[in-house]
Design a protein around this ligand. Structure first.
Ligand code: PMP
Length: 284
C-alpha cells in the first residue's frame, strides 16, 4: 500500500513519524474519513470544510489548499486501486522536540498523513440488510465532541463494551439523552418523522448527517432536531445511524428491545438508498 506523509508518497513500511509527535504523545491532532464508491470521493467538500473547522478550533493552520487535498486523495485512490473503501487523513501539531503542554511555536511543521483502506461490499453491505443491535453506554467523553480529534479512547472503550455484551455498537447517553454512537450520528423514526439530536458541542457535526437531512427535506420528509431518550428509541418504529463509512445503517434492537418488526424499517431502507443515490451524484 502506498501512503502519503508530509509531501511524499511512500510504501507504508517506509512512512515514519517521530515518537515526539504531539499526535502520538498528546492526541493533539484531527482527522477525517472520506468514503470512496466507484473510485470517487463522497461528500468531499463537506469533509474538507469540517477539517478546516477542526483545525481552526485548535488554533492550527490548514497545511494544504483544497486543490492539494483533492490531488492527494485522488492519487492515493489511483495508486492503491481503490474502488470501494475509504481514505483516512490526519493532521497533528507535529514534533516540538520536548514534551510540553503548551503548544509549540506556530512554525513547527505539522504532520500530515493519509492512507487508504479497501472495503469491497461497502455499498452492498449485508449488515445494512440485517440491521444492527446497539446497547446504551454512559457518554464519558470530553466536552468538545464537535472537534474531530484523534482522541478516540472512550469511543473505543464503549465499542468494546458493546462487543462484550454481544451486540454491534454502543449509543452514548448523557443526562438521560442519546448524544450519538461511538462513531456515528443517531436517529429514530416515529410516525414517519425522523428525529435526531440538534448540532452543538455535544456531538460531531456529521457530514453524512448534513447531506442526508438535506436529501430527506428535499424528499418532503419530516425532520425534528431534538434529543431523544433510550426509552423513546425503544418505542420508536425504526432507528438508524449515519457515518461516512456506514452511510445509513438500520438499527433493529436497542438494549435488548426489538424495534418495530425487528427488521430494518422502510424509512431507514429508503434513506440508505436515497443517500447512496444522491451522494454519488456529487462524488468527485
Ligand atoms: N459522530 C462521531 C463521534 C463520529 O466519530 C462520526 C464518524 N467520524 C460521526 C458522528 C459521523 O460523522 P460523518 O458522517 O462525518 O462520518
Amino acid at each position: 500500500r502506498t501512503v502519503y506523509l508530509n509531501g511524499e508518497y511512500l510504501p507504508e513500511t517506509e512512512a515514519r513519524v517521530s515518537i515526539f509527535d504531539r499526535g502520538f504523545v498528546m492526541a493533539d491532532g484531527v482527522y477525517e474519513v472520506t468514503s470512496v464508491l466507484q473510485g470517487k470521493l463522497l461528500d468531499f467538500a463537506g469533509h474538507l470544510a469540517r477539517l478546516g473547522r477542526s483545525l481552526g478550533e485548535l488554533q492550527m493552520g490548514n497545511p494544504l489548499s483544497a486543490e492539494e487535498w483533492l490531488t492527494i486523495h485522488r492519487k492515493l485512490v489511483e495508486l492503491n486501486g481503490i474502488h470501494e473503501g475509504m481514505i483516512y487523513l490526519q493532521v497533528t501539531r507535529g514534533n516540538p522536540g520536548d514534551r510540553d503542554f503548551a503548544y509549540p511555536p506556530e512554525d513547527t511543521p505539522q504532520t500530515v498523513v493519509l492512507f487508504t483502506q479497501s472495503k469491497p461490499g461497502l455499498a452492498d453491505n449485508p449488515q445494512a440488510r440485517a440491521g444492527m443491535r446497539v446497547v446504551s453506554v454512559e457518554d464519558l467523553r470530553w466536552g468538545r465532541r464537535d472537534i474531530k480529534t484523534v482522541q478516540l479512547l472512550y469511543p473505543s472503550m464503549a465499542k468494546m463494551e458493546a462487543k462484550r455484551r454481544g451486540v454491534d455498537d454502543a449509543w452514548l447517553v448523557e443526562d438521560g439523552f442519546v448524544t450519538e454512537g461511538t462513531s456515528n450520528n443517531t436517529y429514530i423514526v416515529k410516525d414517519g418523522r425522523i428525529i435526531t439530536r440538534q448540532l452543538s458541542q455535544d456531538i460531531l457535526h456529521g457530514i453524512t448527517r448534513a447531506s442526508l437531512l438535506r436529501y430527506a427535506a428535499e424528499a418532503q420528509m419530516q425532520i425534528e432536531e431534538r434529543p431523544f431518550t433510550i426509552a423513546e428509541a425503544q418505542a420508536a418504529d425504526e432507528a438508524f445511524f449515519t457515518s461516512a463509512s456506514a452511510f445509513v445503517m438500520p438499527v433493529v434492537e436497542v438494549d435488548g428491545v426489538a424495534l418495530g418488526s425487528g427488521r430494518p424499517g422502510p424509512v431507514a431502507t429508503r434513506l440508505r438508498e436515497l443517500y447512496l443515490e444522491e451522494s454519488l451524484k456529487t462524488a468527485i
